[in-house]
Every structure is written in C-alpha cells, then in structure tokens.
Design a protein. Structure first.
Lengths: 340, 340
DNA sequence: GTGTCCATTGTGAGCGGTCACATTTTGTCC
DNA sequence: GGACAAAATGTGACCGCTCACAATGGACAC
C-alpha cells in the first residue's frame, strides 16, 4: 500500500502538498496538482482513512442508530443511506440501540468518540428523543432528522407530506367513484397517524363533500393484526365502505386478506390502499396501491444537508425542514366502484 | 478524553505498561496491573480504536457485505450479528454490495484495507462466490460462512440442518393425522430448496410410508407470488392435500391467503407450514407454524469462531462445519386433519 | 560483595496522515 | 534591478497507540 510519502517522493513534492491536493486546497499550482494527481494514479494511492481520522479527530462517516429491524422501516432507510453514502464517497457506521437502553449514554459516547463520527442521521423514534439529541450536540455531532414528530430548531429535518399524500389517496379513490371510504388509522403515538387521518378528512372538504362518517375511521396500530381487526370492524358494518385506506401497508395487506377470506373479489368488491410501499405491497396479490415514501431522496437529501452544513449554518439556524416528494403508486388493489 | 499517557502518569508507569495491561500481557505484576486499572477507572479511560487500528493495522471489527435487504434474510442476520458483536465487544462494519458489481474488487479492497477489517462474515449468496473469497484470502481476511451451498475447505461454515428441519415439519403434520401433504419448493438455485425437499421425502421413508405423490411437490421461488401459484396448483387438484408445507414463510403466507380466498378455514380445512420464522410468520392470521432459523445462535457461533481462530488453525484446516439448532415453532396455522 | 539471570518495566520510533508555522518562490511595481 | 507582498511549498511536531529493543530491578549462587 502506497503512503502519502511515496506519492510525495514520486511527484517530487512534500507530503504536505500531496495532502493539500487531496483536500482541494486552493493554493496549489495547477502544474503541481497535476503532477501529484499523476503520481497518485501511478501508485494507485488510497489515503488511509484511519490515519486521517486519528489526526483530524473526525471521520467521513455518517452515523445511524438501529434497533430491531422487524418493522422494515429502519432497514429500508439503512439501505438507502448506504447507497447515498456510497454515492457521496462516505461511509456509513451503524450502532445498535434497542431494548433496555441501560447505559445508552456510554454506548453513544463510545460510538461517537471511538468511531470519530461527527455527523448522524436520526430516525424515528430516536429523532424525537431530546436527551439523545442533547448528548450528541454536547459532543459536537451534527444531526439530520428523518421524519421527526416535530421539527427541531437546531437540526434540519427531512420530512414527507403525510397529509397531502393521504389526500391524494382519497382523491384517487374519489376518481374511481368511491364515496364510502373507510380508514384504518395508524398507531396513536406516531405523528404520521394523525397527519394521515387529517389528510383523509381534508380530502372530503377539498372536494366539497360532507365530512365523512366518523364510524368509517377505525383505530389501528400499524400491525398486521391491528389491520385485521380494523378491516373486520369496517366490513362488519351494515353499510360497509367500498374502499379502505389503511395507514400503512401491513394493515392494508391484512385488509386484503380479511376481505378475501369473506369471499370478496379485489378490487371489484373492495378497493384497498396502503401507505409506505413496503416490500409486502408489491409482493402480495393483489399488489397494493400505496404511497411510496421517497427513501432514496430522503437519504440523499440528508447527506446533502450534512455535506453543506457550513453553508447551512451561515444561512441561519440550520433548522431547515426539507420536504421530499412522495408518489402514489397505483397497482392492482384499487379499481372503479362496482356499479349499483 | 483521557489518553494512555494520562493513565500512565496517574498510575506512575510508562504508557507501554498501560498498553500491556489493556492487552492482557502476561508479564505485568498484579500490583502494577491493579494500579493501572484503578487509574483507568478514575479517568474513565477509553482506548482509541482509531489509534490502535492505525498502529496495529487491524481493527476489532467484523465485516459484512450487504445487498438489497428486501428479502429480510440479510437484515435479520445483520441485526443478530450486531447483537453478537456488541456482546463480544466488537464492532460491525457493513459494506454495500449489490446490483452491478462493477468494480467490486476495488470496493472490497478499500473496505478491507481502509476499515482495517481482518475478519468477515459472508452470507448467501456471496459466501459461495469463489472470486470474492479468493480476494479476501489474498488480503489476509479470515472468513466465516453462513449457510453456504457447499462447505469451504478454508473457512468454517455455520449451517443449520435444513433436511432434518423439513423432516420435523412433516412429522409434525403426520402427528396431526395428515397424509396428503403438499410441498411448495424453494428457488431451484438455492441449495436449501433441495435439502428441504429431500427432508420432505425422507420423512415418508422414515415413517415407513410410501413415497409421496410427486404431483404434490410443486415448484416455487421463495416469493409471495410464487407461493400463490404453487398454492393454486395444489388446491386445484382433484384430491387436494390437507396440509401444505411451503419452503419459506412468504410462500406459506401466500398459501394462507389463497386458501382463505377460496373460503377454506385455517387450520381446519388446511394446515400450512412455513420455514424461517420471518416477521411475517407471526404477523399474519393465522400465525404460521414454521421452522425458526437460529440467527442469534448462528451469529454468536460466527463470532466465537472468529475469536478462537488461532485455536482453530492449530486444530487443523480451520474448515469446521458448525451445526446450529433450529426449532419447530407451532402456531395457529396447523391443526388436526378434518375428520372424514 | 558481585556476577548472573530472569521477570518486569521503560525508551524511542513510527503507523499515515494533518496542523501551525517557517520558508521559498513568484510576480509586481517603481 | 531591488524592494515588497502574496502565493506556493516545506518543516517539524503530533494525533494515540503499539512495536522492537534496551534497561532496570530483585533473587539467587558463588
């Protein structure tokens, strides 16, 4: 493995100049720069991240905290973040945080100081955990929040417009002729649940229709089981809805299952819409119409925010809220309302 | 942050002695050792991994390569591995490997040299990719293989007994009175598919029953859609099976869905068994009887193998095959065969 | 006492970079 | 051509730790 010295020797300059070239320092002659570049190429030189971290006390890594991945959400963000890091020449460093958070402070401290992590991406629910954010700030770690319940005045947030997305879902159903639309709400602790329900209601108002029957909104908890219960409640009604909008894909899948169990044909007898575009949405039959959370874009924006942090700081409080663009993915689970 | 010098100063010894204490070197007086330990405690000393890596050119991290996580398998191993690393005072370093593997050699090389990774855990399908293993060996990286198609003569493998597990599934169904059992096979490219099908057949032989009707074994591909097709084929038969054993949980879930769509009551009219104990197995209704892959144990063993590598080397070729213990998880999707 | 030996401890260098600062070059103007 | 500032480059130290080797001490035999 070639070191900076080898490169310097070959280019006939000092190591420091090589360092300057690597870090895009301004004051290097174009000629020298090219000579150094050439030497790097010739020696297939790869600067040692470790040495750099040791000296400069900061790594080019983006940290992320992970818990149990069974929900799927974290995993997808994690994957998207790895891709984003890769594209930005960064490295992703993950630390486990779950269950009994006993001694979590020490764990985080070690993660940050040992790994030299100076920047982190925080996911729900950690992105709303004030003590954690305070600890990180204390250690000079810059954070970007993904879908926090409420924006933070010190860290930029990457969010999607859950309310608008829910409205789009309902408008899509309206366009198919559905009037009685059921909604299985999300877990009451999640801010997104409220936003999605509000969007559901707003769509009626925006279309100049009367407020939907409150009985058509049933509670849920984002789980398959919760979705099953919600679907049962809705389909047991005397005047059941012709379409059901579940606050996430797991519950929507459960709804499909329950409907098929009752002998309903999808989407003829019932249209179902989910939210998230989780793997299950494309896997099951009928595949789910759903809202695609733009994970790629979210993580890309997160890295961009981190990259341009200094600019952000100059820009103001650094508390920007970055909105990402979701999209309605229409698949097989929605169709025109049955005539009659 | 306290450094080794601070500790040395406080303990009244040289930094080297502190280093010796940290690395459990033999030749340090008990008294000195205790004094150093005390100083470490007093200063809340955390040795710098970065410095250690730089100097000793090897990190205490275990590497893993990750691709698209949508299958769920990687994610679960990843999580289990993080837990295992945590318990063993190690750190997990993940690198993305997927899609167009153009330039994968450089990526891997960088991962290994930059990160100082000297040990890796290889998952399917990478664990069977010879060029990758050769490259890693070339760089002195020690590997542990998880569920490889065929064992490697140079790296220990952690496997589970797919065949025995499949046998247990069938025996469980036998014990419930099922005689006509369908099997939806896995993706033909996966070794596990064959093993599970063989186990399925073996169970009949072991029970002294005639070889099962070949028509009862239908092809699959581990996907939900493939499971749907397989279930349809089986349930469309003139003399349909009373139980279906799918080679993984996704296909089992699809089978449940298809059966319920046809108005069958589970498990009264049809018993269904999956394989893997994926999150979906516990999520759906009825929850799936399935084989639990012992991920915790597998990853724990992997780390143990890595920890005791030198011992292994002395022991022979280092090509141990470590068998882990699966278990049959009986849930709601299986029940006694319907009388008559 | 003093020479030998071994166990325990210390010394200085260096891993591969970057930092603050010193030094050299270069260009500009009179 | 010489004075001068500004730009370009080089110098050594140092980040925190571990390495090879040297040095210290005490126990023991003579």
């Amino acid at each position: 493995m070639a070191t900076i010295h080898d490169v310097a020797l070959r280019a006939g300059v000092s190591p420091k100049t090589v360092s300057r070239v690597m870090n895009d320092h301004e004051s290097v002659t174009a000629k020298t720069r090219e000579r150094v570049r050439e030497a790097m190429r010739a020696l297939d030189y790869q600067p040692s991240t470790v040495a750099r971290v040791l000296r400069s006390q900061s790594a080019p890594a983006v940290g992320i905290l992970m818990g149990d991945p069974s929900g799927g959400y974290q995993t997808r963000i994690h994957h998207a973040l790895m891709v984003a890091c890769l594209q930005n020449g960064r490295h992703l460093s993950a630390e486990l945080v779950e269950g009994d958070m006993a001694g979590w402070q020490d764990r985080i401290r070690a993660f940050v100081t040992e790994g030299g992590v100076r920047e982190m991406v925080l996911l729900p629910p950690e992105c709303d955990f004030a003590p954690l954010k305070a600890l990180l700030r204390e250690h000079g770690v810059r954070c970007v929040l993904i879908s926090p319940t409420s924006p933070d005045s010190l860290s930029p947030s990457i969010v999607m417009d859950d309310r608008a997305a829910a409205r789009e879902v309902v408008e899509h159903l309206f366009s198919l002729g559905h009037e009685r639309i059921g909604h299985i709400a999300g877990h009451p602790d999640h801010a997104a649940s409220t936003l999605r329900r509000n969007g559901f209601n707003e769509a009626y108002a925006a279309a100049g229709k009367p407020r939907p029957d409150p009985a058509l909104i049933v509670p849920g908890d984002f789980s398959f089981k919760g979705g099953l219960a919600g679907a049962q409640a809705l389909l047991d009604m005397d005047d059941p809805p012709t379409a059901i909008f579940a606050a996430n894909d797991d519950m929507a899948a459960a709804t499909c299952m329950e409907a098929q169990r009752r002998g309903l044909k999808l989407p003829d007898d019932l249209s179902v819409v989910g939210f998230d575009d989780a793997p299950i949405a494309a896997a099951i039959w009928p595949s789910l119409t759903t809202i695609r959370q733009p994970f790629d874009q979210m993580t890309q924006r997160a890295i961009t925010a981190l990259n341009g942090w200094s600019a952000n700081e100059a820009l103001g409080k650094g508390a920007a809220t970055i909105l990402t663009q979701h999209s309605l993915v229409i698949r097989e689970s929605t169709g025109p309302v049955r005539a009659g």
